[in-house]
Design a protein around this ligand. Structure first.
Ligand code: GDG
Length: 465
């Protein structure tokens, strides 16, 4: 069996002593595949240094980790710049937050080339290469320039934008040409796949063949939807652990008979925190029976401190949260508990069980694993209700959730009210529907489907003429 080489911006190091469940299902699924195929995981070390050396290798519990450092310019232009200030906002339909900066463009393609050059000497004939996410779209094209004819796959964890947005980037064609250097390109949903096909057909005169393959830039590739799943057994185990039960009891004590809605999101403008808070404010204004009897626990660990838009968004969210608390709080009750720190997944499992409602209301999200984890944590006896944005990839599978348009505060408020008052029978039905969906598509299924599809792609096909 061919060796697997995984390439992503950050690598994840297995930690056998991880009792907190800090490593996500994705990392664990990749570790298992790497071990099985005595593979290599290659990416950025997380370090910034003036003079980065060649890739550093170390053994990690059954597979090899290979990392390189970034220079300060790489970090600013490639990581904080093009990846997180251009691609991230644009791919989440946030043109207003998108930076258009040629310096960032150059930094991105330079670092992609550096990754490819650092890794090329260590890739063996017959290796299967799987590149992850928006940081490294141009990796394969660089490898091809060096003569690689390996099977190379790419999976985009975030959404693919509509063509009208993508063309606002001056490098749009270079990026998409970069995707055509792969043999297989995977997206989270059919909608993302269609957006990609639409760009290829209408912007660069590509052809969609009957067998589903796409031809453009003189190459024919496969593209498909591979929605990412959850390690359902693992998360259920975490949520049923003693630590999770301890956290659940702790939460119940502090709730003292009140109801709780929970949100767990990285502090990011794509997650719709402000809209969520505004809808909650309307709920409190329209339904005074909730005063003193309901609270919203929002866990929001800060992220991407080096990107200015995140600071501005954080101030805005704090302002709204402070205003709502000031308006409704009483001496013995505060409506929003807003917490700027992260928690281990085991703790989250317990908190999810203690919650009556889970709020996952991003304005746009590739999949959103928190939605799947909330659903997985619920028990038969007294399941909580998931309120889920139609703009998260997860909404296409979790039809047991209450699906909402997060832009409309009245819709969101109604969904909260409905979820809080839902009968046990309906909550159970919805939970069962979500469990079935989670079972149908685990993270191992996702990984195996992608890897088999990659293995089965015809060898690099150059179009004739
Ligand atoms: C991308 C796409 C797509 C643990 N503690 C906290 C926390 N965790 C864990 C969660 C979950 C993971 O982090 C977050 O997963 P998401 O899916 O929400 O988002 P990302 O991994 O950042 O992003 C996304 C995913 O790739 C996989 O393809 O689903 O759409 O953007 O496992 O349990 N998360 C938060 N706070 C904690 O304290 N927010």
């Amino acid at each position: 069996m061919s060796r697997l080489v995984v390439v992503s911006n950050r690598v994840s190091v297995p930690n056998p002593k991880d009792r907190e469940g800090a490593q996500g299902g994705l990392a664990v699924a990749m570790h298992a595949a790497l071990r099985r195929n005595s593979g290599v995981w290659f990416g950025w070390s997380g370090e910034v240094s003036e003079r980065p050396g060649p890739a550093a290798f170390r053994e990690a519990d059954g597979f090899t980790l290979a990392t390189i450092d970034l220079t300060p310019d790489d970090y600013d232009e490639y990581y904080n710049g093009y990846a997180n200030r251009s691609l991230w906002p644009l791919f989440h339909n946030r043109m207003g937050h998108t930076a258009y900066d040629r310096l960032y463009d150059r930094g991105y393609f330079r670092v992609n080339a550096r990754f490819a050059h650092a890794m090329a000497p260590h890739i063996r004939q017959g290796d299967l290469i799987w590149v992850h996410d928006y940081h490294l779209i141009a990796f394969a094209e660089e490898l091809r320039r060096m003569g690689s004819s390996h099977r190379i796959g790419f999976f985009l964890h975030i959404p693919f934008p509509p063509a009208d947005l993508l063309v606002t980037l001056s490098s749009h064609e270079t990026l998409v040409r970069g995707l055509f250097a792969y043999d297989l390109v995977g997206f989270q949903t059919d909608a993302d796949l269609r957006a990609f096909q639409d760009y290829v057909l209408n912007e660069v005169g590509g052809v969609l063949h009957r067998d589903g393959s796409l031809e453009a830039f003189g190459r024919t590739i496969r593209a498909g939807a591979f929605p990412i799943g959850l390690d359902l057994d693992e998360f259920r185990e975490l949520a049923a652990s003693r630590e999770a039960a301890r956290q659940e009891r702790r939460m119940h004590r502090s709730l003292a008979g009140r109801k709780m809605m929970i949100g767990v999101d990285r502090l990011d403008y794509t997650k719709g925190l402000e809209n969520r808070f505004l809808a909650f404010e309307r709920l409190l204004a329209d339904y005074p029976e909730h005063h003193g009897n309901l609270l919203l626990l929002q866990i929001a660990p800060p992220s991407r401190g080096g990107v200015p838009e995140y600071g501005a968004m954080r101030s805005e969210v704090e302002h709204v949260c402070g205003r709502i608390n000031g308006r409704f709080a009483d001496v013995d009750w505060v409506p929003i508990r807003y917490v700027n720190r992260g928690y281990p997944r085991r703790t989250l499992g317990g908190l999810f069980r203690a919650a009556h409602v889970g709020l996952v209301t991003p304005l746009k999200d590739g999949m959103n694993l928190v939605a799947k984890e909330f659903a997985a944590a619920q028990t038969e006896e007294d399941p909580g209700v998931l309120v889920l944005s139609r703009f998260a990839g997860a909404a296409r599978e979790l039809d047991g959730a209450v699906i909402v348009n997060p832009y409309d505060p009245a819709v969101l408020m109604d969904a909260m009210q409905r979820a809080l008052n839902m009968s046990l029978e309906e909550r159970r039905e919805r939970r069962d529907a979500m469990s079935a969906a989670l079972k149908r598509n685990t993270v191992a299924d996702w990984r195996d489907r992608f890897v088999s599809a990659l293995r089965e792609t015809p060898r690099t096909r150059l179009s004739e003429g």
